[in-house]
Design a protein around this ligand. Structure first.
Ligand code: HEC
Length: 135
């Protein structure tokens, strides 16, 4: 657990560094233009177009944009209203039980029964949990 959190922290720091160093590009009034300063000493600036990827990494998945869909497609059949095993229909319930849900889904990989989620979904779930289950 501590290792995972440390990994996540490193990822966050790298992301922030990336964002920070790409700031000049974002505020460039003429993006995607090759600027060559042929000064003696040879300075050549080539702005890299913002791919938008930074944003994806910087923001952990949220319940609204990602986790709800995963739960709806993989869990609510058994964990809907009236389920004896836990009702994961509402954010509050899911957030409250996020520790055990994380354990079963990501660590033990025995929820949903018989089939783990896709590697991407597991990654998203992990990142969401590590970020304190944001709504
Ligand atoms: C086919 C039905 C089924 C599906 C689909 C399913 N579960 Fe379950 N789940 C169960 C049953 C039955 C139990 C109770 C037995 C057990 O704990 O293994 C359970 C138990 C759990 C528990 C333990 C609850 C507790 O309080 O101890 C968690 C957490 C959980 N499921 C999460 C999930 C999540 C998250 C998903 C989707 C990714 C999911 N389950 C999909 C049937 C299902």
């Amino acid at each position: 657990m501590i290792m995972l959190q440390r990994r996540y922290r490193i990822l966050l720091i790298l992301t922030l560094l990336t964002l920070f160093t790409s700031c000049g590009v974002k505020h460039n009034p003429v993006p995607n233009v090759h600027i060559d300063y042929d000064v003696e000493g040879g300075i050549a600036l080539e702005p890299i177009p913002d791919s938008g990827e930074d944003d994806d990494i910087a923001q952990p998945p949220t319940y609204r944009d990602t986790i709800f869909d995963i739960l709806e497609q993989n869990c609510l059949l058994c964990h809907g209203n009236g389920s004896r095993f836990g009702n994961w229909k509402k954010y509050r319930a899911v957030a409250k039980k996020s520790e055990i849900i994380y354990q079963r889904v990501v660590v033990q990989k025995n929820m949903p029964p018989g089939g783990a989620l896709s590697p991407l979904e597991l990654e998203q779930f992990e990142a969401w949990y590590q970020a304190d289950s944001p709504y």
